[in-house]
Design a protein around this ligand. Structure first.
Ligand code: CA
Length: 295
């Protein structure tokens, strides 16, 4: 079957250094995403074009929605709560990672009202990272150790399988996910990437297929994790493609974050939209984002 080819267009000129972690808030009709190394959370309302942002701290790896309307963050070396307007920033529990070795990277709310986020080696080459699970009460447990660059996460509709990307492995892994014990088991590779580009963030659609952002690859690929087949390629006019999320009134628009990081002046001159937010009609919808249930 021929691969479906699509082309993403600029949705918001935001020139993020490391745009990441988009999540669609269907109640507000807004997309939240982070600029990790700028330590900033962005909010974009496509219907009105309204855009705002707030500063969190040195870095902010991921943002997820809370059931009560606020946000939960994996920022720098810990978990935090913040209101959607950026007010009321406060630690969510006492957990701290070793900020000398790692920083928080990608994360998402899971289907059971918790928050899963991972860390990565600052130098991007040593397995010093872990994948963590934040409970509503603030307790933190380790889901996975020996991670180098913790990245994309997505759960099946039933919530019993989680897809996961540790970028240097150049693949998407899946695990059986035990909701009660929060343990991962039976790791297997469902898709591999030989380049150009390395798998970064991802999301899942209503047909159970994954949309994987390729860092350095100028594209997002839609892959069926059950067969490993590539179904769609979304071309993005920026090489550092970081993540994707479904949004819009019918959640059939794929929003795609990108970065300026890692590009020299000549590359930036060739990619004037590096770091901007892109969108493409996906031809399929995605499920509503899970929400963290704060206790
Ligand atoms: Ca990432």
């Amino acid at each position: 079957m021929a691969i479906d080819e699509r082309h993403a267009e600029v949705a918001l000129e935001v020139q993020a250094m490391l745009g990441e972690g988009p999540v669609w808030d269907e109640r507000r009709g807004a997309l939240f995403f982070v600029d990790i190394v700028a330590g900033r959370v962005h909010r974009f309302t496509p219907a009105s074009g309204e855009h705002g942002s707030f500063l969190v701290g040195p870095t902010v790896g991921a943002v997820a929605l809370r059931e009560d309307g606020g946000l939960v963050l994996a920022a720098h070396d810990g978990f935090f709560y913040v209101e959607a307007d950026g007010s009321g920033l406060a630690p969510a529990g006492s957990f701290r990672s070793d900020a000398e070795l790692v920083r928080f990277n990608d994360g998402k709310a899971d289907p059971y009202g918790r928050f899963v986020a991972g860390t990565m080696d600052w130098n991007e080459e040593r397995p010093f990272g872990s994948l963590y699970l934040l409970e509503p009460g603030g307790a933190v447990s380790v889901l996975l150790e020996d991670v180098t660059i913790s990245n994309g996460l997505a759960w099946t509709e039933r919530g019993d399988v989680v897809y996961y990307i540790d970028t240097p492995r150049r693949c998407v892994d899946s695990f059986d996910f035990d909701a009660h014990t929060g343990t991962l088991a039976n790791r297997r590779i469902v898709a591999s990437f030989e380049g150009p580009g390395a798998p970064d963030g991802m999301t899942i659609d209503d047909e159970g297929c994954l949309w994987v952002a390729l860092w350095g690859g100028s594209r997002v690929e839609r892959i069926d994790p059950r067969s490993g087949e590539r179904l769609t390629v979304v071309h993005v006019p920026a090489s550092q493609v970081t993540s994707a999320a479904f949004g819009g009134a019918r959640r059939d628009v794929l929003y795609i974050t990108t970065a300026r990081r890692g590009l020299d002046d000549a590359s930036l001159a060739r990619q004037p939209h590096a770091g901007d937010l892109f969108a493409v009609e996906a031809g399929v919808s995605g499920p509503a984002a899970h929400r963290f249930v704060a206790s």
